[in-house]
Design a protein around this ligand. Structure first.
Ligand SMILES: Nc1ncnc2c1ncn2[C@@H]1O[C@H](COP(=O)(O)OP(=O)(O)OP(=O)(O)O)[C@@H](O)[C@H]1O
Length: 365
């Protein structure tokens, strides 16, 4: 099957600032792809390039196998939803949804009865039956975004582009709409790219996640790939919470401030490195058991778990423990890493696991 969207070496410069520094990406038909990255990493620019709202300095965008630069914006068959619901305030919900069809040239405009039927279908699809006569001001933020999505879908786009579609909504509505969008996508199967800087949203929604930084792609992979096997320190730092320690690798063993902490799964070169560990992969045990010596510096309730901050030689580590365990400030502990990722200064990410003897058993303070 032809790739739905193929981006080749896309470069875009705004004055001295390079917004896209040579990006290549393929999106397969029916895929739901998240563009994830911090503010300014080039996500919106990439969407706008695909939509034809910006032009590339060099590189190419192919849509369904056709060079997009040869296709006028209106003919690209792209549905776009922005963060700020750009609905027409003076038009009813139904008229907003019908807008893209009614504004087609007469030759390709469907008959009014067809448009009305399509609007009714779309109102059903976005679960807003009965809302067609309302005006945008009479809707909640979440409802407006669903109307915006229905309007984008009305033209039967080949590709749907969503730029932080839930960014302006509160956390609860966001979460609901996320699940809803995934269901909608499974029903309609549109090739979809959506921009977010929220890693939970990307992991929960997308088939594949594209992690961007400073106009480049750092990693492309399934949610499991990018979360469990981050390719770079930047991706690790961006995908969820983690502690980071400067380490030294000697004879293939990883040590922080002289104490051994982890064994890489594959041979690594000796030298300096950065070790990343997630709070759920840190074990806390009685002092004297194998691990780094640590002292509890802070603790706080964090949803279903208790999160400790532990001072260790060479830095600080966060650890998730059962809320049933209390750990007063100043408690001496041993800190164990069940799983960590090492980024040798030489480059490349390597999975580390603690020696098997440390991996099992319940630990209590
Ligand atoms: N029209 C423009 N003129 C000048 N600079 C621009 C323009 N559009 C974007 N930029 C710059 O290009 C860079 C990438 O911007 P872009 O909006 O693509 O980032 P983003 O990852 O979508 O960020 P955010 O999450 O904040 O929307 C930024 O540094 C931005 O300031």
């Amino acid at each position: 099957m032809t790739v739905a969207v193929a981006i080749e070496q896309a470069v875009k410069q705004f004055g001295p600032h390079r917004a896209l520094a040579g990006i290549s990406l393929n999106v397969e038909p029916g895929e739901l792809v998240a563009l994830l990255g911090p503010s300014g990493s080039g996500k919106t620019t990439l969407l706008r390039i695909i939509a034809g709202l910006e032009t590339l300095d060099s590189g190419q965008v192919m849509l369904g196998g056709v060079d997009a630069s040869q296709v006028p914006v209106r003919r690209r068959g792209i549905g776009f939803v922005f963060q700020q619901y750009a609905l027409f305030r003076h038009m009813s919900v139904a008229d907003n949804i019908a807008y893209g069809l009614r504004s087609r040239p007469r030759a390709t405009r469907p008959p009014e009865a067809v448009i009305r039927a399509r609007v009714a279908d779309l109102l059903g699809l976005v679960q807003l039956e009965g809302y067609g006569g309302r005006f945008p001001a009479q809707l909640s933020g979440g409802q407006r975004q669903r109307v915006a999505l229905a309007r984008a879908l009305a033209i039967e786009p080949k590709v749907l582009l969503l730029d932080e579609p839930f960014g302006a909504l509160d956390a609860l509505v966001r979460k609901e709409l996320r699940a809803w969008l995934r269901e909608l996508h499974d029903k309609t199967g549109h090739t979809t790219l959506f921009v977010t800087h929220d890693q939970d949203e990307a992991l929960e929604l997308a088939d594949r996640v594209v992690v961007m930084s400073e106009g480049r792609i750092e990693q492309v992979g399934t949610p499991d790939d990018v979360y469990d096997r981050p390719a770079t320190p930047h991706v690790f730092g961006f995908m969820g919470e983690s502690s980071r320690l400067d380490v030294a690798v000697t004879d293939g063993k990883v040590a922080v401030a002289g104490a051994e902490v982890a064994s890489p799964l594959v041979p690594v070169v000796d030298g300096p490195g950065l070790l990343f560990v997630r709070p759920q992969d840190v074990g806390i045990a009685m002092p004297g058991t194998p691990g780094l010596d640590g002292v509890v510096k802070a603790f706080r309730r964090h949803g279903a778990i208790r999160r400790l901050t532990v001072d260790v030689a060479g830095g600080q580590v966060e650890a998730d423990i059962s809320p049933a365990i209390t750990a007063p400030l100043g408690t001496k502990v041993a800190v164990r890493f069940d799983r960590a990722r090492l980024f040798p200064a030489a480059g490349g990410g390597i999975d580390c696991r603690a020696p098997a003897a440390h991996q099992s058993g319940e630990y209590a303070i």
